[in-house]
Design a protein around this ligand. Sequence first.
Ligand SMILES: NC(=O)c1ccc[n+]([C@@H]2O[C@H](COP(=O)([O-])OP(=O)(O)OC[C@H]3O[C@@H](n4cnc5c(N)ncnc54)[C@H](O)[C@@H]3O)[C@@H](O)[C@H]2O)c1
Length: 436
Amino acid sequence: MHETLMLERIQGHTARLAIVGQGYVGLPLAVEFARANFSVTGLDTNLERVAALNAGHPQSPDVDPEELRTLLRAGRYRASSDFSTLENTDCVIICVPTPLGKSKDPDISFVVAAAEQVAARFQPGQLVILESTTYPGTTEELLLPMFGARGAQVGATLFLAFSPERIDPGNSTFKVRDIPKVVGGVTPTCSRVASALYRQIIVKVLEVSGPKVAELAKLYENVFRNVNIALANEMALVCRRLGVNTREVIEAAATKPFGFLPFYPGPGIGGHCIGIDPIYLAWKMRLNGYETRFIHLADAINRAMPEYVVELVGESLNHRRRCLNGARIVVFGVAYKRGVGDIRESPALEIIARLRDKGATLSYADPHVPSVTVDGLALQATEVTDEDLRETDCALILTDHPEFDFRRIVALAPLVIDTRSATRGIAAPADRVITL
Ligand SMILES: NC(=O)c1ccc[n+]([C@@H]2O[C@H](COP(=O)([O-])OP(=O)(O)OC[C@H]3O[C@@H](n4cnc5c(N)ncnc54)[C@H](O)[C@@H]3O)[C@@H](O)[C@H]2O)c1
């Protein structure tokens, strides 16, 4: 009975939705549902974020402020920190952070806190979906008992599923609706109901046999990327020793029309996903008595990249009879990737800290990050003038933001260290522009 009613509400777009966590993942998802005429509440514990959202200011590159304002005016979206809303909600999607704790183990306290809020207000017939990236087993081992303790019967009075978020913030080609959704319900009915909801906004939805498959599929995607980035980073180390250009090697290999997928080296892994999610799997497997060797090796290689970049800067200055101590270095980009202002886990922070430790004087430019604190020291982004570039000892490109004029950087700076291949195709002597 609950299933039929819920499917009717979903298909008629009359189901009331709550998305818990209004960050990079939860907000674009909430907006997509609101665009499809659902009534959506974006729940968040961050009061400033809630106020900003209700004032029409999204903190996500994937949400157009004008569109958010239209949805607010139409009453189809509102942000709130009042969890009692959940008592009048049909479908709840949880998109809260899953970072690592101080000991580098998974910190699922946000998932636990959010799920407790939802479970405490459980209404028979509700659909609850977890989207936060997490270790396999979270949905069934952690969430299900919370609802069971409140009398919920999964598949009958509670529809519970895991569906990983795969958004790539700032990617204008693949938005929420274009990225196929994997859905694993605790029972086949849970899968059916959860998929029905996503089908209202997403072009392709794949039902898998259970939450664990969906949880693991997401982790496998990110382990795959982490391992392949590590391989590309190791190739960069190999190529430097052999005196060949890494990018040229990778692009030559990528002409093979099958069995090869190009990945490129960089200054290290950043962001909320690639460097962190694999650790969730490694941790879970350690509890199962198995060490995930690929994950550890990739992590070790990628984590050593910031130090390698510092070495490269020191060596390159040395060739020019300069030393790091006292060198003036302009860093281009502190965000962990192109086109976004996200500095979580950004390797730029470690590189800046290490360069400062060695006595370099640093300034940075980043159109997306107006200020940043490194080792307790607050730095403000600067506009880099032509004169600044001429006078610097080294321009260090750590993020290839589209706003940067790389031709100008190459034309004016005496030394450019390019960790993102941002200067490819720009003619310059090989000893003046160093790439990974
Ligand atoms: N950012 C990405 O590119 C990306 C992509 C795919 C998956 N993910 C995963 O999605 C999840 C969310 O990531 P994000 O990037 O959106 O994080 P985020 O930090 O941008 O947003 C999370 C939001 O949740 C809020 N929050 C924390 N605890 C809460 C609670 N108990 N109740 C309500 N709100 C709470 C925070 O205030 C914040 O606004 C993580 O598991 C992440 O690994 C992220």
